[in-house]
Design a protein around this ligand. Structure first.
Ligand code: ZN
Ligand code: ZN
Length: 142
């Protein structure tokens, strides 16, 4: 599978960085966001929340299970979406349900998720569309 290493406009050549992949996280007691390890989501959640991993995995199979601290999980588990600032082109991750859409580098509110950017109109020229660099002919792979 080709790696996506960035996005660019088909018309003006504006380049946008590819951010990190989206991932789930669990907030610790201290409010620190611990990213869930890929393929070990339930293990990370169990560790951070201090509950038995069995309980977490049974929740995936049986969401109605009364043994599961569902409220706690709803409160503490979030999803980080990869975002890009359209002003300074910084790539970063945001929990769109909890975080304000604001660039941590320049403070600009013109922030879009990668999903919103890709295959959308170019924020600079408005004429081209944004595609993964690898999909644009003539773009030199890095
Ligand atoms: Zn453009
Ligand atoms: Zn910015």
């Amino acid at each position: 599978m080709p790696e996506i290493d960035g996005y660019e406009c088909s018309a003006c050549g504006l380049k946008l960085p590819a951010g990190q992949e989206g991932h789930f996280y669990v907030a610790s007691d201290m409010g620190e966001r611990v990213p869930c390890a890929r393929h070990d989501e339930s293990g990370t959640i169990a560790r951070v929340l201090g509950v038995d991993e069995e309980i977490i995995s049974s929740c995936a199979w049986n969401p109605a299970s009364r043994r599961v601290p569902v409220d706690l999980m709803e409160e503490r588990i979030g999803y980080i979406s990869p975002c890009v600032c359209l002003e300074c082109l910084t790539a970063f991750g945001l929990d769109l349900k909890r975080d304000a859409r604001k660039c941590p580098a320049c403070g600009n509110a013109g922030v879009k998720t990668e999903l919103e950017i890709v295959d959308g109109p170019c924020p600079r020229c408005g004429e081209g569309r944004i595609y993964p660099s690898s999909a644009i002919p003539g773009s030199v792979p890095r």
